[in-house]
Structure formats: structure tokens, C-alpha cells
Design a protein around this ligand. Structure first.
Ligand code: ZN
Ligand code: MN
Length: 260
């Protein structure tokens, strides 16, 4: 995607006067949220934020929407979905901090007059804290009589099952174990090939976990590399297929939700 097109939708890159003008058309406004979290020896730690942002930018392009600056930190990594908090570099927020950030941003854009917001999440562990931020903001807004509609979505839920099946020979391991694995690596290859070190993809990867979480987490079951499922078969072609098919489904769903 053309970087200039993407930039033209970012509100942090426009003057307030331009933002006000665009806002008058009641656009859908996107808030991508990710994390700063280890993603194996081959992917950058900003992976979840970069992917959420890329999806949001493409969907915003299709719906003539606007983009809020991406939240590049997220809730604490969990062993079974992100390798946990034992890795250097993984830099996480307390749940209350993330909740408060989301609540504050929503309150502010409501004050601007925005009424249709989509939070595009790229990090499994963020989900309920985003929801809590939305709930607190809406509860506050209800008292002022302002109305705002907020969609929270995890982009991976839009990837068609047929696409997933076509990419996995031995069966889809599930989205949690796909941390730094085939899906994320493929999409990152399609978007940021210069940031990916294919030679560093580990052989060891497959997390083995019980059906519960035990705290304090000590890294048990997490492969030393931090990659939770095999990534070797990743490719930019698969990444493009994943991105295009996911974006198409997101656009379809949001058109319906917001009648745009
Ligand atoms: Zn990730
Ligand atoms: Mn993550």
C-alpha cells in the first residue's frame, strides 16, 4: 500500500483544521492497538502493532476513514499466546493503564464530535482491557447525552476459514499458538520484508501447554526462541493472501455495521 495514502489518513500528521474538515463527514475512525513483545529471533517486537496498523490503514482506505496514532504497547504477554513476560524486550502495560488510555482517547474523540470508532486489535492479551476502556468511556458519555458507537475487533477473526485451511498442511494450530509463527511471519514478509530475518527462524518451535495458566509464569512450555508454532513455511505470497482476504472481510463487516 502506498505510504503517502496511509499518511493522508493519519490525524497526527494533519493540522487540526484539516481534521475538523474531515470529521464533518462523520468518518469511521480507527485506533490500531498492538504490543511491544518478543516475536522470536526473526520478527521485530512491534509486530502486533505493525499488523493491526496495516489492517486498519487498508480498511480505512476502503471506507474513507481516519486513523488515530497506533498504541504500540499492550497488556502483559501470556505464556500460551505470546511466550510470557520472561523475555527481554517484551514491555507491557498493567491492565488498568491500557484501559485508561483507551477510555481517555475515546472520551477525547467523542468531544471532537466523532461518533463511529473501530479499535483494531493485534495482540491477543489486549482484548478485555480494550473492552473495559470502551465500557468506561461509553458509561461516561451516556451521562453527557453524547452517543458513540465503538467496534472492537481482532483482525484475525476475519480471515476466511478457507484461506487458513489452504495455508496449513497439518491443520491450523489455533490463533493463540500462531505467535510469531506462519501467519504473522507471512504477513510481515508481505509488508516489511526488510525487517525479517528468514535465516533466524528456529526449528524448535511448538509450545506445549496445559489447559490452564499457572502464576507466577516461569516460561514453562515456551520454546526458547519465543516462537510458539512452526514458521518455516511462511512466505510473502501467503502474507498477501492473508492480508487481502482479511481486509476484504473487515470492510464488508464494517460497511454493514456502520452502513457506509
Ligand atoms: Zn503477534
Ligand atoms: Mn501478541
Amino acid at each position: 500500500m502506498n505510504e503517502a495514502v496511509y499518511a493522508s489518513r493519519r490525524i497526527d500528521l494533519m493540522p487540526w483544521t484539516k481534521y475538523r474538515e474531515r470529521l464533518a463527514k462523520a468518518p469511521v475512525i480507527f485506533l490500531p492497538v498492538g504490543a511491544l513483545e518478543q516475536h522470536g529471533p526473526h520478527l521485530p517486537m512491534g509486530c502486533d502493532a505493525l499488523l493491526a496498523e496495516a489492517m486498519a490503514a487498508r480498511v480505512a482506505e476502503a471506507l474513507d476513514g481516519l486513523l488515530l496514532p497506533t498504541l504500540r504497547y499492550g497488556y502483559k504477554s501470556q505464556a500460551r499466546s505470546g511466550g510470557g513476560q520472561t523475555f527481554p524486550g517484551t514491555t507491557s502495560l498493567d491492565g488498568g493503564t491500557l484501559t485508561a488510555m483507551v477510555r481517555d482517547i475515546l472520551r477525547e474523540v467523542a468531544r471532537h464530535g466523532a461518533s463511529r470508532i473501530v479499535i483494531v486489535n493485534g495482540h491477543v492479551e489486549n482484548q478485555w482491557f480494550l473492552t473495559e476502556g470502551i465500557d468506561l468511556a461509553l458509561r461516561e458519555l451516556a451521562l453527557t447525552g453524547r452517543h458513540m458507537q465503538v467496534v472492537r475487533c481482532e483482525y484475525w477473526n476475519f480471515t476466511p476459514q478457507t484461506v487458513l485451511e489452504s495455508l496449513f498442511d497439518g491443520g491450523f494450530p489455533g490463533v493463540d499458538l500462531e505467535h510469531a509463527a506462519l501467519l504473522e511471519t507471512s504477513m510481515m514478509l508481505a509488508l516489511y520484508p526488510q525487517l525479517i530475518d528468514m535465516a533466524a527462524i528456529p526449528e524448535d518451535a511448538t509450545g506445549v501447554f496445559p489447559g490452564y495458566d499457572s502464576y507466577p509464569q516461569d516460561g514453562r512450555g515456551v520454546p526458547a526462541s519465543g516462537v510458539l508454532a512452526p514458521a518455516r513455511a511462511a512466505s510473502p505470497v501467503k502474507g498477501k493472501l492473508l492480508i487481502d482476504s482479511t481486509v476484504a472481510e473487515m470492510v464488508k463487516a464494517l460497511r454493514q455495521e456502520f452502513t457506509v
